[in-house]
Design a protein. Structure first.
Length: 339
């Protein structure tokens, strides 16, 4: 049995789809659905059970002998979040309680960290675990800080001789596998519920469908042309494959690992890929960036993938051309865009 928190989100729902594809059917979804249409992300899944986050620990205690691993993807992930108490409760406290539960019961714990922990990138994008390096990182928003705080707390515990919980002390040598994955810009099917927080692809697709053109921000940094702001965009299919590689290779190392492609690509590249996938001529309009973004805008991210490769993950990552084509032709162009 696999437990997936944040199950109705982009990564969680694609993880459940891939688990089914690989023959795993005893999958438990944990999430809040609210009144949004996020339920569509799970409409095609054959779930063993569905629980709310506030029910998770009683459920874990009841089924602890059946659980293979917990994939903890649930979080308040909006970069615009401002309620610090709420973010800490969901992104830090719940995560730590789950980690400590896994330590007590020796169950593997694979969780979502974020590239937002790197802040503006002036310290690089290296998934190092040394405290001196982590101390220098300055996340630019509350979400990124909450993820960074949790990563550092995990490493502090693991760096000690023993990991203590409220009712258990475990020698570090006997800890279950734990993996924190620093996801970069993940895109793919089942992200439409995110609205303005979704990747640029559905926004470009909608703009091109309605107006024949895509809108990109002008650049306000010397040496960077309009539309040449760059990000490390990674397909959700690759993100899920990395998670399942760790889950299926129980002896692989624990630690923090980047999940990107290792190659930054420009927003103009992405717009061009959407135009091509839609069979339309490229037509880009450059627009002013909102004043509130100019000062803190991030012009470049690129994951260092050395650590994951050295751990043994050797599968090639999808190019944006192939990833966008799959997303546009197999999902966004259909009346039912969900996986």
């Amino acid at each position: 049995m696999y437990i997936v928190t944040g199950a109705a989100g982009l990564i969680g729902s694609n993880l459940l789809a891939e688990l089914e594809k690989r023959g795993h059917y005893d999958n438990v979804a944990c999430d809040y659905l609210g009144t949004s249409d996020k339920w569509n992300n799970l409409a095609k899944r054959n779930l063993y059970d569905f629980i709310a986050p506030d029910q998770i620990f009683s459920y874990l205690d009841t089924h602890k002998n059946q659980i293979e691993a917990i994939f903890h993807l649930g979080a308040i992930s909006s970069t615009d979040a401002t309620d610090g108490d709420q973010v800490i409760q969901h992104n830090y406290r719940l995560s730590m309680d789950l980690f400590e539960w896994c330590v007590r019961h020796h169950i593997r714990f694979i969780y979502a960290s974020s590239a937002a922990t790197y802040g503006n990138g002036d310290q690089g994008f290296v998934d190092a675990e040394e405290q001196n390096y982590l101390n220098k990182l300055r996340p630019m928003n509350l979400y990124g800080w909450s993820k960074h705080a949790f990563d550092r707390s995990i490493l502090q515990r693991v760096g000690s001789k023993y990991v203590s919980t409220s009712s258990h002390i475990a020698p570090v040598t006997s800890l279950p596998q734990w993996v924190g994955l620093k996801f970069f810009n993940v895109y793919g099917p089942n992200e439409l519920h995110k609205g303005g927080q979704s990747s640029v692809i559905p926004h470009f697709f909608k703009q091109i469908s309605e107006t024949g053109k895509a809108k990109l921000f002008k650049s306000y940094k010397e040496g960077v042309a309009d539309g040449h702001q760059a990000r490390d965009f990674v397909s959700v299919h690759d993100a899920v494959d990395v998670m399942l590689w760790f889950a299926e290779n129980k002896d692989e190392p624990s630690g923090l690992f980047n999940v990107g492609t290792g190659q930054a690509r420009t927003f103009a590249d992405f717009a061009g890929a959407v135009f091509k996938s839609m069979g339309k001529s490229e037509n880009i309009e450059y627009v002013d960036m909102p004043e509130r973004l100019i000062k803190h805008y991030q012009y470049f991210t690129e994951a260092s993938m050395t650590k994951l490769r050295q751990a043994g993950y050797d599968k090639a990552f999808l190019s944006i051309e192939d990833g966008v084509e799959d997303y546009v032709k197999n999902y966004l162009s259909h009346e039912d865009p969900y996986r």
